[in-house]
Design a protein around this ligand. Sequence first.
Ligand SMILES: Cc1ncc(COP(=O)(O)O)c(C=O)c1O
Length: 317
Amino acid sequence: MMAATGRKIWMDGRMVDFADAHVHVLSHTLHYGVGVFEGIRGYATRHGPAIFRLREHVERLILSARLYHMKIPYSTEEIEQAILATQAANEVVPSYIRPIAYRGEPSLGVKNSTGAVSLAIAAIPAKKYLGEGSEAGVRAKISPFRKPHADALPTFAKAAGNYLSGYLAGVDAQQDGYEEAILLDQNGYVAEGSGENIFLVRDGQLYTPGLESDILVGITRQSIERMARDLGYSVVEKLISVNELLTADEVFFTGTYAEIAPVKEVGHFRIGKKVPGPVTTQIMTTFRRIVQGEEPKYAEWLTPVPARSPSIAAPPA
Ligand SMILES: Cc1ncc(COP(=O)(O)O)c(C=O)c1O
């Protein structure tokens, strides 16, 4: 859990004091979970603060909104500028940046697909999401709660309501003494963690569940796939059985908040011989160098934060 603290929150074009960033209690999003959001990281680099894969996160936010019939009243570039301005106003790195699009006006009734959509952006200090396990190895439990099927809701959307199964799975795992849950898809194949994608290493090759397992298509996942291929590994997206997971040489989670977190146990099974294993270690080291701006080949993955970012006006009423 992370306590949310910060200085300023961007709300529809205004920088609001953290304590004053309120939404009405009868907002549609609060009642029905129809809100879409992103988790983005700001890092300290030698050239100053920078945001990792800003464009990809903003594009996924807009895609998520579209899948839930929400029209965010800002362009991709305007949202990017607003995120940069929020990061600059909060002067915090490493940061966790949380844009959320929501219907904030009082309105009850499920079928509200026309109410005004608002956008808010916070930037708070980032901590280690999976605690000690972030480096030394996470203990994970295969959850009795499964990922919803894509014919129940659009699983590619990073949407508030989509997190209900992840919430139940995560709490169940924690109550049983684990740090994280692994959710299976509706067919019993491995899908993802409550807030991460998952990779396996077997005989020097990487495997990760494909899109048919109704995962959230992680931006870290995509970054690791590209980076691992550049390092000479083959990466295969496929259906992954629980047997394959339990007998893998190495397992790790990937996600914006979790970054790369090795898994040392799944239920009562120990994974591999040493955690983190050699492939995971190489990937963690290279990823760390990339986000710190030390790998010129991946420089375009980092957007520098200008000291003073232009402000974005509120949308027309
Ligand atoms: C359910 C779920 N899967 C996967 C991910 C990883 O996605 P990303 O790497 O884009 O943060 C997240 C994190 O946002 C998540 O919540």
